[in-house]
Design a protein around this ligand. Structure first.
Ligand SMILES: NC(=O)c1ccc[n+]([C@@H]2O[C@H](COP(=O)([O-])OP(=O)(O)OC[C@H]3O[C@@H](n4cnc5c(N)ncnc54)[C@H](O)[C@@H]3O)[C@@H](O)[C@H]2O)c1
Length: 312
């Protein structure tokens, strides 16, 4: 069923490439959400992605108590990107963002980063997370990881009776910027990491190939790679007690949550565990508060998860 406010798709006049914005909800305030730059097999896959991700942003802002709605944008990469073409499509995307007159505000997402936000800002004021030297707060991986750890603390107390993970086995699927920060913070735990990119492999942690990350016997699984990883098939193979991670839209559909519950696996929704970045960025860039105070807001995820799990 259609439940979004708007979906706008444009062919860029400079690049000839497709960019789109899905505005899920502005009920709570202007909608925020990252700009994903990605190659899709089919055009409809990009539309499905932008619609699902924008809804997840509404849930994320709502669960975090932020006065914003949810949106997302996608730049569909349909040919090799030269630096010039990348710039052209970003400028095209800035034109599209301006059509929303502030109702959509973009930040980085998979495939884009703070430097791309500098290009957007040439044409639109509605871009967050520029590098610090450009007056922004840069990548939000650090607060996102902090939020995952806050969620993990509350959930561990609920599941294991303690938030001390010493001696427990934790599998981190996706050893990227957030996954690495989380893995390095799990002092005392037996950490096993996994990534499609073999060059990320390190002797510091155990390693499993990505297709085995969801069947390793462990206490905790941290999905920190891509969405759609928890399906009826993967849930049947899981051998963990707790799942907490930042990857957006981890479930292939909402019914998978019931399957997890039936198997006695506690899953902290990604829109709760992965909200640290958006909480921090808006606290710093909109509310103008300092780093430490913004991190304290991120830490509130621990209380939210405790409440969700029944006050543990
Ligand atoms: N960075 C943030 O602030 C933030 C905020 C909220 C949510 N997220 C989400 O968290 C996840 C991780 O974010 P990130 O910034 O660390 O991204 P990243 O791109 O730095 O890292 C992702 C890692 O996952 C690996 N990967 C890709 N597909 C994989 C697969 N199928 N199996 C195993 N590994 C795979 C990549 O090689 C990469 O190393 C993403 O889904 C992102 O959307 C990130």
């Amino acid at each position: 069923m259609w439940e979004h406010e708007q979906l706008v798709v444009r062919t860029g006049k400079r690049s000839g490439m497709t960019t789109m914005v899905a505005l899920h909800s502005t009920t709570a305030g202007p909608a925020v959400g990252g700009c994903r730059m990605k190659t899709y097999e089919r055009f409809t896959d990009a539309v499905t992605d932008v619609l699902r991700l924008s809804k997840a942003m509404t849930l994320k802002c709502s669960a975090a108590g932020i006065p914003h709605g949810g949106a997302k944008s996608v730049i569909v990469v349909d040919r090799p990107l030269t630096p010039q073409l990348r710039r052209q499509v970003l400028l095209d995307h800035a034109d599209l963002i301006n059509e929303f007159d502030g109702a959509y505000r973009a930040g980085p997402d998979v495939g884009t980063g703070p430097d791309d936000m500098v290009v957007l800002r040439e044409l639109t004021p509605y871009a967050y997370c520029l590098p610090e030297e450009h007056g922004g707060t840069g990548s939000s991986s650090v607060p996102t990881a902090r939020g995952v750890l806050a969620a993990l603390k509350a959930a561990s107390r609920h599941v294991f009776g303690t938030d001390d993970l010493t001696g427990r086995r934790v599998v981190v699927s996706g050893f990227g910027s957030v996954g690495e920060l989380v893995a390095r913070s799990l002092t005392g735990a037996e950490v096993i990491v996994s990534d499609v990119d073999e060059s990320r492999r390190t002797d510091e942690f155990g390693w499993v190939p990505p297709d085995q990350a969801y069947e390793v016997e462990a206490d905790v699984l941290v999905p920190a790679a891509v969405g759609g990883v928890l399906s009826p098939e993967t849930v049947a193979r899981l051998d963990v007690r707790l799942i907490v991670g930042p990857a957006n839209n981890q479930l292939t559909d909402d019914g998978v949550a019931d399957l997890l519950e039936k198997r006695g696996i506690v899953w902290v929704p990604d829109h709760v565990a992965g909200a640290g970045g958006v909480i921090y960025t808006l606290a710093r860039e909109d509310d103008g508060i300092g780093h430490e105070a913004a991190m304290k807001r991120v830490d509130r995820i621990e209380a939210t998860v405790g409440k969700l799990l029944g006050g543990a």
